[in-house]
Design a protein. Structure first.
Length: 392
């Protein structure tokens, strides 16, 4: 029996993880849950899984949660940063699924690593912001970090049984998002509702916008660098609109190994929970004859500058990846609030990156300060009605 804590239980990854736990009650037991403020869903999850401890975003949300729970609910209810840390380090868990949205996932995930918990990592921002510190802490604590991001799970599966010295390259596949074939000069007219229609995957709002700008792929490049300890030059992105191949690796003898499957996150989550065993998840294998053709193309970095910016931030290292991430989170939330047009998202990020005095070998405090600085800077630019530098 594996005991699991979920950071981000009401999000898309968290809900899929709970579906797996419900399918295999003899294998998985849910001991702790953390969510932001979706208390109706959290209360239903608590009723089904009876976790020992639960945490939400703040005290008011915790009070509202208590109000809708049955009076005899045995779960301990916590809130805030301390509550999230308590869930992450909860005594009776073996594995922590890190699936909060964005930068908020970093500190609870680090707490779980420091407590010696195995990590099933869906929150890529943890590695984008503080990859060196997170991986070093995991090594020091002897903690495994198993990828849940579908591309990184695919790479992990392709590398099973291979000699790492033979690895030549990682090929991260990307669907290209809903605007792959849309002319860039029309990007300023894109509405949030258009960008929230991902062609192949059903995901949360933030990651769906990141998929439309290709920032998600850029963050995944940085994530792959840290997870698999390969240089940026050895990580290539290839556009693959059918989303059938989840990623590939190539070796020095010219061989390429790809991992294929239906676009269902349960596959990657269950593999992180049960590796090296594979569970009967009821996901049907793709009918390749029905799919007909798998196609590939190079990403268009002029049309999707976010991918280029992520490579630049990753190569530079230091606090710049955290700045990239923070500016992106602010730009995406401004776009969703219709305060920023889609075409300006990369311009805001690039301007914030240019204004940043990068710091090499940063401490965690340096990284968190850079994150806060970049958010302020991005908000100021957005409030001023962002103009491209030199255009007025
Ligand atoms: Mg992914």
């Amino acid at each position: 029996m594996k005991s699991i804590a979920i950071l981000g239980s009401t999000g898309s990854i968290g809900c899929n993880a709970l579906k797996i736990a419900a399918m295999f009650p003899e294998r998985f037991s849910i001991k702790a849950l953390a969510a932001k403020n979706n208390i109706e869903l959290l209360a239903r999850q608590m009723e089904t899984f009876q976790p020992e401890v639960v945490s939400v975003f703040d005290g008011a949300t915790a009070a509202n949660l208590r109000r809708i729970l049955p009076a005899d609910c045995p779960s301990e209810i916590l809130f805030g940063e301390d509550g999230y840390r308590a869930v992450a380090a909860h005594g009776s868990t073996d594995v922590v699924l890190s699936a909060m949205v964005g930068a908020a996932g970093l500190l609870p995930t680090l707490t779980a690593i420091q407590a010696g918990k195995e990590i099933a990592l869906a929150n890529k921002e943890t590695l984008v912001m503080a990859g060196e510190i997170v991986m070093e802490t995991a090594r020091h604590k002897g903690v495994r970090i198993l990828p849940v991001d579908s591309e990184h799970s695919a790479i992990f599966q392709c590398l099973a049984g291979q000699r790492r010295g033979d690895l030549l390259r990682i090929h991260l596949t990307a669907s290209g998002g809903p605007f792959r074939d849309r002319p860039a000069h029309t990007f300023h007219t894109i509405k949030p509702a258009d960008a929230l229609k991902h062609p192949n995957w059903t995901m949360g709002q933030k990651i769906t916008i990141d998929s439309a700008t290709l920032m998600n792929k850029g963050l995944e490049v940085i994530e792959a660098k840290h997870l698999f300890n390969v240089p940026f030059q050895a990580i290539q992105v290839v556009i693959h609109p059918q989303s059938m191949i989840h990623s590939m690796v190539s070796f020095q003898d010219g061989a390429v190994i790809a991992q294929l499957g239906a676009p269902d996150m349960k596959g990657a989550i269950a593999y992180a929970f049960s590796h090296p065993e594979r569970l009967p998840l009821g996901i049907s294998t793709p009918d390749l004859a029905a799919v007909g053709a798998l196609t590939f193309q190079h990403p268009d970095l002029a049309k999707f500058p976010c991918l280029r910016l992520a490579y630049e931030a990753g190569e530079a290292g230091g606090t710049l990846p955290a700045v990239l991430n923070a500016a992106n989170e602010e730009a995406v939330s401004a776009f969703l609030a219709e305060q920023l047009t889609f075409d300006k998202i990369p311009l805001v990020i690039e301007a914030v990156m240019s204004a940043h005095g990068n710091m090499t070998s940063p401490t965690l405090t340096d990284i968190l300060q850079a994150d806060q600085w970049a958010r302020q800077e991005a908000r100021t630019l957005i409030r001023k009605g962002f103009q491209k530098p030199g255009m007025g």
